[in-house]
Design a protein around this ligand. Structure first.
Ligand code: C2E
Ligand code: MG
Ligand code: MG
Length: 716
């Protein structure tokens, strides 16, 4: 120790407090660096001004606190004027740092040059603050340490800029812990600037502080500390509130954009670009309402043509799906050419098209059009393969001759079936005889009534696999009817029938009970598994549904979260107001809700936010084109992103190929379901399948519970 100078020390409490303030100010500063760029990347002036003020006041107060804790065995105070000057240069340093970090890019040139003025302002703050102590005789500075403090200031300024840039993107994962870590390091750097500066101070023996009676003392320390923490806290809160508001805004606008995409998708057939079923029915309804509005004499008549390609399936099988798609596109174009400008041509199923026309003389116009259609589709489809020829069967139904406008499609379809049965490549106009199909439905419905009692119904189970690991811990139960004569009848056929004839209640109750019983059996076999069942729109109208589900869960002693209820998007959106309460009641039981066939209805994603759902299943129509159609891929991407933003788990249905699975995985889809993983299978086959699957993939299913907790969100 040099006897010419007064021994000095620092009050440890002041050191600790000043470090805390520095770290807190850094944390706020990083937050603000994000704020000073608004949506367009321009400087947001208010955040900039307020931010520079608050954050640098924090840093300045840290220096001031530390200086107040500087002990040299004399009374040290600070002259107000110079103290104010030191504070102003602190604010200037902050303003510069924030302005630089609001730039779009941090070029190496900026990174090298910008720290100089910032460090200069920091040093003016520090040494200006020291000058405010007005020592006589003057402080004898230790040159190398002063230089070192300048170096540390430069390094701190550069590090701060790097950290601001690195952390300013709003959506980074793990941002909070990163920000905290960065703030602690920055706090250390700022404190280091100060204490290297203070170490450079040499006070000659006999020094007197001329401003000893100015700003000083423990009271001032406490006041500075409290004010600073309050100010920084207020700015941080404002900053967090602003971040919330912005991310809400972002979510809202991306919801709108995705909705617009989905709306378009909801009305246009992706393959052919023609109106789809939904839009066609919309036009049909419009035609019906126009009929009601006009005087009978001036009403145009309405005709529907139902066109089905003959022999499309063998061509599709022989030449592959891509060729089949090309053929459908070509057929669509020819139909559009054959129709008149005002007619509607739509594709409503794989190789089924419908045409709508309104005309005073609709009967003649429809027959002319039917001839035109037959001719147009008879021409060879050269692009597909040599000698690929097609024909089609056309059914025609007219309003008012054959019934209400709403019934025209069914009647035209019946006429088309008649045309096909009599050899195809022709048209037929509807007549009452064709209603025999209706009779067949009645028979089938009677048989379905007894099917349950005769044990002809069963559930098949299709696995849903984690996209990333391949592990399977949930399955979907799909109803099967083994008809004694007809063999397996598709649920796509008998479920609508059951709905139309009031049978769905009994079938649905059986499914709920059987699925719970199966879960209990698997539980007993040591295989905890989640089972999804499908609920029809009609079941959702039964107010006793929640009690029934709760009863089955209790009876079979299973956990509620092992049961998932799949509800189609359309059913969910229907009467949202009434069903909202029912869905909430179901969710309150602890069962999981899943939106089925998403992408086929008109749902607005914004609505989904209000529903207590956990999972979203992308309809296979959204999935099956992703490996061929960039548009489909873009929609998939938007929907997955949004579903995740809404904390929904995303399942892709109908995954048939490895390529589709790869794309879905790359789009962060959570679960995959489809023939690529496994076809639906009877319960006894599932456990052996699972064991083999796990051997092949080296995975074991996780426990059911944690993954599906909505609070923890999505596993990816
Ligand atoms: P869903 O709930 O969307 O079920 C998925 C359908 O896609 C099933 O048809 C399944 O067999 C089929 N599928 C699975 N993977 C693939 C694939 O890779 N490619 C293709 N092309 N298809 C695949 P399924 O079993 O014929 O069922 C049809 C619909 O019937 C179901 O659609 C569901 O809405 C309804 N359904 C089935 N079981 C029940 C039930 O128990 N209750 C009610 N209300 N509806 C049911
Ligand atoms: Mg389903
Ligand atoms: Mg589905």
């Amino acid at each position: 120790m040099d006897p010419r100078f007064i021994p000095t020390s620092n009050d440890p409490w002041a050191v600790a407090t000043s470090y805390l303030i520095a770290a807190f100010a850094s944390y706020v500063a990083i937050d603000l660096a994000r704020r000073v760029r608004d949506r367009d990347g321009r400087l947001a002036p208010w955040w900039w001004a307020g931010g520079a003020f608050a954050m640098r006041t924090g840093v300045w107060s840290m220096h001031f606190m530390a200086m107040l804790g500087f002990e040299a065995g004399l009374v040290i105070g600070f002259a107000p004027g110079k103290t104010l000057l030191s504070w102003l240069s602190a604010v200037l340093a902050g303003a510069m740092a924030l302005a630089v970090s609001a730039r779009p890019r941090l070029s190496p040139r900026t990174l090298v040059l910008a720290p100089f003025p910032i460090a200069a302002a920091i040093l003016v703050m520090h040494y200006g603050g020291m000058a405010a102590a007005e020592m006589v005789p003057g402080i004898a500075w230790d040159g190398p340490l002063v230089a070192a403090s300048a170096g540390v200031a430069l390094a701190t300024a550069a590090a701060a800029l790097l950290i601001f840039f690195h952390l300013r993107e709003p959506q980074r994962a793990g941002r909070w812990s990163l920000q905290l870590g960065a703030a602690l390091v920055m706090g250390l750097a700022i404190t280091a600037v100060h204490f290297t500066g203070m170490a450079a101070v040499r006070l000659p023996v006999g020094s007197v502080c001329m401003s000893g009676d100015s700003l000083r003392g423990l009271g001032l320390q406490a006041l500075t500390g409290t004010l600073t923490f309050t100010l920084l806290g207020a700015v941080l809160l404002a900053s967090i509130a602003d971040a919330r508001r912005r991310s809400e805004g972002r979510l809202r606008s991306s919801l709108q954009a995705a909705d617009a995409k989905l709306q378009r998708l909801a009305f246009v057939d992706a393959l052919t670009g023609l109106p789809n079923r939904a839009l066609f029915y919309d036009r049909l309804q419009h035609a019906a309402s126009q009929q009601a509005d006009q005087a009978p004499a001036s009403r145009p008549r309405v005709a529907v043509l139902f066109v089905d390609l003959d022999g499309f399936k063998p061509i599709n099988d022989a030449y592959g799906r891509a060729a089949g798609d090309a053929l459908l596109r070509e057929a669509a174009a020819r139909l559009q050419q054959a129709a008149r400008a005002g007619d509607t041509v739509a594709r409503i199923a794989s190789d089924e098209f419908v045409l709508l026309l309104e005309d005073q003389d609709a009967a003649a116009a429809a027959l002319r059009l039917a001839d035109g259609v037959l001719l147009a589709l008879q021409r060879p489809f050269g692009g597909i393969g040599p000698g690929v020829n097609l024909s089609c069967s056309v059914g025609i139904a007219l309003h008012p001759d054959h019934g209400a406008v709403a019934d025209l499609v069914a009647r035209a379809e019946a006429a088309m079936v008649a045309a096909k049965r009599s050899g195809g490549a022709r048209w037929a106009v509807y007549d009452g005889q064709m209603a025999s199909d209706v009779a067949e439905q009645v028979t089938l419905q009677q048989e379905l009534r007894g099917a349950l009692a005769r044990g002809e119904l069963s559930l098949h189970y299709q696995p849903k696999a984690h996209a990333a690991s391949g592990a399977v811990d949930s399955v979907e139960a799909l109803m099967r009817w083994q008809h004694p004569q007809r063999g397996w009848v598709s649920p796509a056929l008998f479920i609508p029938l059951a709905e139309r004839f009031g049978l769905i209640g009994a079938l649905g109750d059986w499914v709920i009970d059987e699925a719970c019983a199966q879960i209990a059996r698997w539980n007993a076999a040591g295989r905890r598994c989640q089972v999804a069942i499908n609920l029809s729109a009609q079941q959702l109208r039964q107010s006793e549904l929640p009690a029934r589900v709760a009863g089955a869960i209790q009876r079979h002693g299973i956990e509620a979260l092992q049961l998932v209820l799949e509800i189609t998007e359309t059913a969910m959106m229907e009467n949202l107001a009434e069903q909202g309460a029912l869905l909430a009641e179901l969710a309150a039981l602890g069962v999981r809700l899943s939106i089925d066939d998403f992408g086929t209805g008109y749902s607005s994603l914004a609505y989904l936010r209000r529903l207590p759902v956990h999972q979203l299943k992308l309809d296979l129509s959204l999935v099956q084109d992703i490996d061929r159609d960039a548009d489909a891929c873009a929609v998939l991407h938007a929907v997955v992103q949004l579903a995740h933003a809404l904390r929904l788990e995303v399942v892709a249905e109908g995954v048939e190929t490895a390529e589709q699975a790869r794309i879905l995985r790359s789009q962060a889809c959570d679960l995959l379901q489809g023939w690529h993983i496994a076809r639906p299978m009877p319960a006894p086959q599932l456990l052996p399948w699972l064991e083999q699957h796990e051997r092949e993939h080296g995975v074991r299913a996780a426990a059911v519970a944690p993954r599906h907790e909505p609070a923890t969100g999505i596993s990816r």
